[in-house]
Design a protein around this ligand. Structure first.
Ligand SMILES: [Zn+2]
Length: 267
């Protein structure tokens, strides 16, 4: 059974939960998406049922701190495990040119040279381009440029062995140039920075983010079956699940999931 394990569900500046990143798992493979903003990714992985030795593929959406910094920590963790033979095979990190260049430079400056030498050896940086098709385990991924106005950012649609399609659309409102890829998907994973009702407090539109209401409207327009909301503010974590689902549900009648950190969602 395919699933998503949420390592984190928050936006960039959260302190009460971890930044949005997760592990998409199918029967015979899995891919981690982003790694949050720092060392907390190690705690989140260790608190989950995913083992470091399970993580052989990671997709970086873009270079913002809350998505890429945790990847440096993951390299720092996995490279020594490879050395000690507690992790077999290579660790492949997918990203566009800017993301991989930033990662390479951060690793050079921030982690010991001995660990860094694993890059291009047992840690493979795989550059992806708009429209690329990737095979990860038993999943087929179609990579796309989300058309960000802020910073180059990629997402993908994963086709699972049972035919289900999971759309990972990054942390910005969906650019309709990608509508044809995502329409009718089984799962739309969408950012929802805050409730529309709280837009004056959190100012999502100034940061080029969506509200739960906007995400619900997009899900309806695209005719997806399930909507998962993440990358939220952290001032309402105790009421988030119900309030975000209710607001998105005013636009979208399909299934809405608003997970907490470490929640596992069956797809
Ligand atoms: Zn972000």
């Amino acid at each position: 059974m395919a699933s998503i394990t949420m390592f984190g569900t928050g936006c960039a500046m959260v302190t009460r939960c971890y930044n949005t990143c997760f592990y998409l798992q199918s029967e015979d493979g899995g891919i981690m998406v982003d790694a949050g903003g720092g060392n907390g990714i190690l705690r989140q992985i260790e608190a989950s049922s995913i083992d470091y030795s399970d993580i052989h593929h990671l997709f970086i959406t873009h270079c913002h701190t809350d998505h890429i910094m945790g990847v440096v920590w993951l390299i720092r963790k996995i490279s020594p495990l490879q050395h000690k033979r507690k992790y077999s095979g290579v660790f492949t990190i997918y990203g566009h040119d800017e993301a991989l260049a930033a990662l390479r430079e951060m690793c050079r400056l921030m982690i010991p040279a001995k660990i860094c030498r694993a890059i291009d050896d047992t840690i493979v940086l795989h550059e992806v381009h708009d429209g690329d098709e990737l095979r990860v385990g038993d999943m087929d991924l179609t990579v796309f440029d989300i058309g960000s106005k802020k910073m180059k950012q990629f997402g993908f649609v994963a086709s699972l062995p049972d035919g289900k399609r999971v759309a990972v659309t990054g942390d910005e409102p969906l650019n309709m140039v990608n509508e044809h890829l995502i329409a009718g998907a089984d799962w739309l994973l969408s950012e929802a920075f805050c409730l529309y009702a709280h837009r004056e407090q959190f100012r999502p539109y100034e940061k080029y983010h969506s509200t739960a209401l906007d995400a619900g409207l997009t899900a309806r327009v695209l005719g997806v079956k399930n909507l998962l909301l993440y990358h939220t503010e952290d001032h309402h974590l105790d009421t988030r699940r119900r309030a975000y689902a209710a607001e998105a549900g005013s636009q979208f009648k399909g299934n809405i999931v608003v997970p907490d950190d470490l929640e596992v969602i069956t797809l």
